[in-house]
Design a protein around this ligand. Structure first.
Ligand code: HEM
Length: 185
């Protein structure tokens, strides 16, 4: 990912969008595995609705976040990082942006092709993106499930790297993304 302005570090808007997306992803993935391993019934229906709603919320937040990042830029990498660490973190962040935009679109398309509704927290239903198509739905759901494992792995690596910087290297990488009030000395 390229770096633009934001010389003073991540802005409050960038941090808010980061943590909102993080919370949604940390809820959406476990709900996905839970709903797939629950027997059919009202509990499973509610889990599906919750999964779809959080997925749509992630798409909305990620569209805002991508637009904000393209307009406002991001701070340069932490100066203590080696060039290989900068390269890896740039690849990871780009992959996370791309997958968190693609995942909900694939899920929504697969769901539309299946002929199921796409509710948003019981407030309204989103329209189908494509018409009913059983084969397309099967293929896209397979893609959605496999990509889910990739997103879960990348999210775990991302969190692991942030914690390693904070507790083992004791540098300022994680603190850059924390609200001012939590940054400490
Ligand atoms: C970033 C957003 C999303 C993530 C990270 C995500 C993640 C996942 C994962 C990991 C699974 C696999 C569960 C398993 O196989 O045990 C799954 C399944 C599913 N997702 Fe998503 N999802 C997202 C967005 C959406 C959206 C927006 C929709 C629909 C509007 C959706 C609908 C579904 C459905 C219906 C399944 C079950 C597929 C099946 O049973 O074959 N997802 N999702």
């Amino acid at each position: 990912m390229s770096y633009g302005t934001l010389a003073g570090g991540y802005s409050a808007v960038a941090k808010l969008l980061h943590w909102l997306v993080a919370i949604c992803v940390l809820l959406t993935i476990p709900i996905a595995f839970w709903m797939s391993n629950t027997s059919p019934g009202p509990v499973q229906d509610n889990l599906y609705n919750l999964h779809k709603s959080f997925g749509v919320l992630i798409l909305t937040l990620m569209l805002l976040r991508t637009a904000y990042r393209l307009i406002a830029g991001a701070p340069a990498p932490d100066p203590t990082l080696e060039p290989w660490q900068r390269a890896i973190s740039s690849i990871m962040h780009t992959l996370l942006y791309v997958l968190l935009l693609a995942m909900p679109v694939v899920g929504w398309t697969a769901n539309s092709a299946y002929g199921a509704s796409t509710p948003f927290f019981g407030l309204f239903d989103l329209p189908p993106i494509v018409g009913k198509n059983e084969l397309l739905s099967e293929r896209l759901f397979t893609l959605h499930r496999w990509t889910g494992w990739v997103v879960a792995t990348l999210a775990a690596m991302h969190i692991g790297a942030a914690l390693q910087h904070h507790f083992i290297h004791r540098d300022g990488v994680l603190r850059r993304m924390l609200p001012r009030s939590m940054r400490g000395a």
